[in-house]
Design a binder for this molecule. Structure first.
Ligand code: SIN
Length: 302
């Protein structure tokens, strides 16, 4: 019998497998595929203060070993999330969830955080300081130490829930940004968001995405994410949630060796809606294969 339970800021979850924001909707989209209560938890589709229509189409394209997206934070806004999605979720998900928030000003993040703070179903507020798409919220916050500090402090002031800052990998020194978040009171770090890229259609000779650039995700970015999780987890004392190209139980274990306490699964959910179920089911066998009795024993041991 192996132990897959891990703890994020005092919250024990049954296993470290967490579908990432924007790849699992509000859970309802996946509940008929399998009982999603087997998940550690999941991060709800990212919310902003106001509803957003998102980027013009085309918004997604294939890449080798992954995909590229510029969704532009399409979502119905925080009030719909609180008044409709969370009450509906209660009917089929018994655990607490992560709410991912974005904004175009610190006031917008604060507005959302204040409202979420009152929601008993929310275990962690994940502050998206990392949307890779140019017109999305977060760009200035994820790029500059001073703005990460200001954002983290402002959110921490209005909530008693653990606050995890989701970082942008499109910078030279991710460690300094992570440390700035920790010094400003962040309870954890989620990394990495997608890496900015683009594709060109050879028939038209024009960019495939209407927004020209988007975020590259999928297995192609796994080694980069792993490297950043390794670097950041050594520099901070708060938990790190690793994300970036994870699609197997082996990837989860590798991320945890690198320093992740829990692991988010992103675009793999879009390719195979059962992927998180498969990872959770395979985890004990893969742990056995590598002589791991307790996942907590391998965190950061690479
Ligand atoms: C998007 O909505 O364009 C992506 C959001 C994100 O990656 O943070």
């Amino acid at each position: 019998m192996v132990n897959t339970k891990v703890v994020l800021s005092g919250w024990q979850i049954d296993n470290p497998v967490i579908p990432a924001a924007g790849t699992f909707g509000y859970g309802i989209e996946f509940k008929d595929f399998y009982d999603i209560n087997i998940l550690g938890t999941f991060s709800l589709k990212g919310t902003t203060k106001d509803p957003r229509f998102g980027s013009p189409t085309p918004r997604i394209a294939d890449t080798s070993m992954g995909m590229i997206n510029s969704i532009g934070l399409q979502n119905p806004g925080i009030n719909v999330l609180i008044n409709e999605e969370l009450p509906q979720l209660k009917n089929f998900f018994r655990k607490k969830v992560i709410v991912n928030i974005s904004g175009f000003s610190i006031d917008e993040y604060v507005y959302c955080s204040k409202l979420i703070d009152k929601e008993e179903q929310v275990g962690i507020i994940e502050v998206n300081a990392s949307c890779p798409n140019l017109e999305c919220g977060g760009k200035p916050f994820g790029f500059e130490i001073e703005s990460i500090k200001e954002l983290t402090k402002a959110v921490k002031e209005v909530t008693i829930k653990p606050v995890y800052i989701k970082l942008n990998p499109n910078i030279t020194d991710i460690v300094s940004i992570a440390k700035a978040a920790e010094e400003s009171g962040a309870d954890g770090i989620t990394l990495i968001n997608a890496i900015t890229g683009m594709r060109i259609d050879l028939i038209t000779g024009k960019p495939v995405l209407a927004s020209i650039m988007g975020g590259v995700s999928g297995p192609a970015i796994f080694p980069i994410a792993l490297r950043m999780v390794y670097q950041v987890s050594r520099a901070v004392k708060i938990p790190v949630i690793g994300i970036g190209g994870v699609s197997t139980a082996e990837d989860v274990i590798e991320m945890m060796y690198a320093g992740a306490t829990a692991v988010q699964v992103g675009s793999a959910n879009l390719k195979n809606p059962y992927v998180c179920k498969e990872i959770i089911e395979n985890l004990p066998e893969v742990m056995d294969r590598y002589g791991i009795k307790d996942l907590n024993d391998i965190i950061g041991k690479a």
